[in-house]
Design a protein around this ligand. Structure first.
Ligand SMILES: Nc1ncnc2c1ncn2[C@@H]1O[C@H](COP(=O)(O)OP(=O)(O)OP(=O)(O)O)[C@@H](O)[C@H]1O
Length: 261
């Protein structure tokens, strides 16, 4: 009987994005009248091409064109990729930018259609809004009980969190202890813990602790101790590409790799 393959893991076309040559490009370097500034946002010269790209960019921002392609032609090394990247950067930090070269689609493992489809799906981003439950508060104390004999049992501990109105002690498992260690969480930090994934985000140091030390790095951010309940529902927005969704789908289910929108 023929073997039925329900899904295959999505193969990656290019794992290392070669953006090094364009790391200086931060936008198209245009003024408010869409005229190219002499030197701006890492761009220099190519004023008419930059202005033309700016006009298209403005139409995209105004919602006048979507789902269209722009063909930029020119001699090698004249800045076609740089202008495309400038457009992507001007559209926002989360705008995906996928780069492929002709040779990459000639592969023995992957058909040209699959390789092109993958590159296109890498260039399409979607915003996913979801409501998650988080625990947000100021760390009062992190207490970790180390086992007497090394490796005898996994570590356990307690985390005390407070808001301006309440204080609660949470039991910690080995995974949470590791995550707290990784984030270097200490008392006085204001943190948010995603209840579903256990992800810890450091929001800053509590204002109440601002006089604890004489010397502080400029990167230290002070925030208010949260108020109200420790557990809150928050709306979070994730930006992912269609390709990233394909990869997650093919790994998780193993049954169906279809995504419906
Ligand atoms: N107007 C510009 N301002 C600043 N840097 C630029 C500009 N144009 C090109 N560059 C830089 O010059 C290098 C070559 O440009 P780029 O790769 O964009 O050319 P290309 O036309 O896409 O080349 P190819 O046809 O070989 O793909 C890159 O490092 C790019 O960032």
């Amino acid at each position: 009987m023929a073997e039925v393959r329900l899904s295959s893991e999505t193969r990656d076309l290019t794992r290392v994005e070669r953006i090094g040559a364009h790391s200086h490009i931060r936008g198209l370097g245009l003024d408010s009248a869409l005229e190219a500034r002499a030197v701006s946002e890492g761009m220099v010269g190519q004023t008419s091409a930059r202005k033309a790209a700016g006009v298209i960019l403005q139409m995209i921002k105004d919602g006048k064109i979507a789902g269209r392609a722009v063909l930029i032609a020119g001699q090698p090394g004249t800045g076609k990729t740089a202008i495309a990247m400038g457009m992507a950067k001007s559209l926002g930090l989360e705008t995906p930018f996928a780069m492929i070269s002709g040779s990459e689609i000639f592969s023995l493992e992957m058909s040209k259609t699959e390789a092109l489809m993958q590159a296109l799906r890498k260039a399409i981003g979607v915003r996913i809004k979801e409501e998650t439950e988080i625990i947000e508060g100021e760390v009062v104390e992190v207490q970790i009980d180390r086992p007497a004999v090394a490796g005898a049992a996994s570590k356990t501990g307690k985390l005390t969190l407070k808001t301006t109105e309440m204080e609660t002690v949470y039991d910690l498992g080995a995974k949470m202890i590791e995550a707290l260690g990784k984030e270097k969480v200490q008392s006085g930090d204001v943190i948010a813990i995603d209840k579903a994934s256990g992800k810890i985000t450091k929001l800053g140091r509590s204002f109440a602790r601002s006089r604890d030390y004489d010397a502080m790095g400029p990167q230290v951010k002070f925030v208010q101790c949260p108020d109200g309940e420790l557990q809150k529902r928050k709306e979070v927005v994730h930006c992912v590409t269609l390709h990233e969704i394909d990869v997650i789908n093919s790994r998780n289910t193993g049954i169906s790799s279809a995504v419906h929108w």
